[in-house]
Structures are given as structure tokens and as C-alpha cells.
Write a protein of this length. Structure first.
Length: 276
């Protein structure tokens, strides 16, 4: 039987060969997920197949609905439902299976979660320390990436988390109230992101920093959120033009994403919030 040391050597050689022959790293990320979990030890999951009609989501598509502020409803073909930055004020039309709260910032979380919610994932550790969240539920994988609130280094830590979702062959990241660029280690952990929910109010995260984050992460679609502050949209759109990003506005609050129909280059897509 091959020793662990020999296995590691074989993996390293294969990685070098892949880099030499131009094998895209983004596709390799499909094996282990969108984000390197903090343990980096979770094996690929085999999910229970559920009838695709349960939430009226077609196979191999992810349904995204902008509820308001920084809350989105994600619905999968396997019948999983998730509300991001669940705050009790911006409600989905039904109680979801999972809620995430990236930080304990006012309007981004609540202590009053319906008991019917199966999983409550907080992006911070209420008792102190660094939050580690890894969940596999039906056809979804969810990881958190601990961050600070408004600076990447220093005494304050894990006041916010980036939550990453893998479903329907897509990788989605919700930055919530992130207010700084990613460190080298954080960039290493984010392997591939197809759809990025980005705070564009220009306050904690300046617009130049927002576009640097887009460059760091490299998503195919950026969905702005948290933009009800005066002048935020026009200023962000001006920055998008300067950085040669196309901007599109959806007619409604809901869109279906598929890995086969994503734009070739990064696109900014505004959804209409159901409630602000």
C-alpha cells in the first residue's frame, strides 16, 4: 500500500503537470467545493436526489430571489431553501431550511429564528473565537470564511464571515458587511466563485476596494446589495464603466442561474429587491 508521504508526492506531481499543461484550476475546484474548508479534510459529498419540482426549480439551476437589504432566498433543484443575512425583517414567502447570518451587525441578523428552520449558521462565534461552519444538506454544501469587519488584520477578528454555497454545479459567495480586501490566505481558500453578492453602499467598503475585491475573486456575475444609500448606485456604476464591466438590470427580483449560461466575462446584475 502506498504510504501517505508517497501519496502526497504523487498529488504534488499531478498538480505541477496540471499547471504545466494549462488545466484550469476552476474546474479542479469542483472536486472539493468552492472554498477550502478550515479543516481541508471534507471528502466530496454524495447527495440524496430529490424531485426537482418541490420548489419549482429546474434541474441544474439555482434560483435566486432578492428579498431586500442583504437578504437573498436561494432555492435548489433538490428542494433546499436558504435565506442569507436573515434578520427577521426581510422575509421569504415561507420558512427556509437554512438561514445564514454573516455578522452580528444590526439589520444583518436576529436572535429570533423560527423553530422550523433546520440549520442556523452564524458567521461569528457568540462565545468568542473563530467560527467554523461546514454543512452538507441535501444538494447544498455551505462553508464560512472568517473575516474581520473593516480591516484584514489587527486585534478584531471574525466579526464577519463570507458564506459560500455550492449547489447546482455553481459556487456562490455572500460577502455581507465585509469592509476590507482579502488576505493571501483568504484568497487561497476561495477557489472559484460564479456568483458574488457584493455590498456596494461605499461606506465600510469603498468602491475602489469593491472593484479590487471583484478582481481578487473573479466571479462571473456580481449581484449588488445593500445599496439604498444616496448616490451608491450611480457611483458604483461609474466605477463599473471605468473597470470595463457591463451592467445589466433584471426586470424583477428573481433569476435562474446555470453553469452553462453564465456570461463569459464578469457582469454586474441588479435584481429588484422585494422589500427594502
Amino acid at each position: 500500500m502506498m504510504s501517505l508521504m508517497n501519496v502526497k508526492r504523487v498529488v504534488a506531481v499531478l498538480a505541477l503537470l496540471g499547471a504545466f499543461f494549462g488545466v484550469p484550476e476552476a474546474r479542479a475546484a469542483d472536486v472539493t467545493g468552492c472554498v477550502r474548508g478550515l479543516a481541508d479534510a471534507a471528502p466530496p459529498a454524495h447527495f440524496m436526489r430529490v424531485a426537482a419540482w418541490q420548489r419549482n426549480v429546474p434541474a441544474d439551476k439555482l434560483k435566486v430571489t432578492y428579498i431586500g437589504h442583504s437578504s437573498f432566498l436561494l432555492e435548489t433543484p433538490g428542494g433546499t431553501s436558504i435565506v442569507t443575512d436573515f434578520n427577521g425583517a426581510h422575509q421569504a414567502p415561507y420558512v427556509p431550511d437554512i438561514v445564514t447570518m454573516n455578522g452580528s451587525h444590526d439589520s444583518h441578523y436576529t436572535e429570533f429564528v423560527p423553530p422550523e428552520v433546520t440549520h442556523v449558521l452564524r458567521g461569528w462565534e457568540p462565545e468568542g473565537g473563530v467560527a467554523r461552519r461546514e454543512l452538507k444538506f441535501k444538494d447544498v454544501e455551505i462553508y464560512n470564511l472568517p473575516t474581520n469587519f473593516d480591516r484584514p488584520f489587527g486585534d478584531a477578528s471574525n466579526i464577519n464571515s463570507i458564506f459560500d454555497f455550492k449547489a447546482a454545479h455553481l459556487c456562490v459567495a455572500h460577502l455581507s458587511h465585509l469592509g476590507h480586501l482579502l488576505s493571501r490566505d483568504q484568497r487561497r481558500r476561495i477557489r472559484r466563485i460564479d456568483v458574488l453578492f457584493l455590498n456596494i453602499d461605499g461606506n465600510y467598503l469603498s468602491h475602489p476596494e469593491a472593484f479590487k475585491l471583484i478582481e481578487q475573486i473573479g466571479p462571473r456575475v456580481v449581484i449588488p446589495m445593500h445599496y439604498h444609500f444616496g448616490g451608491a448606485v450611480s457611483a458604483f456604476n461609474a466605477g463599473a464603466a471605468e473597470n470595463n464591466y457591463s451592467v445589466r438590470e433584471a426586470a424583477g427580483s428573481t433569476v435562474l442561474f446555470s453553469d452553462t449560461t453564465l456570461p463569459r466575462s464578469t457582469e454586474i446584475l441588479y435584481l429588484q429587491p422585494q422589500d427594502y
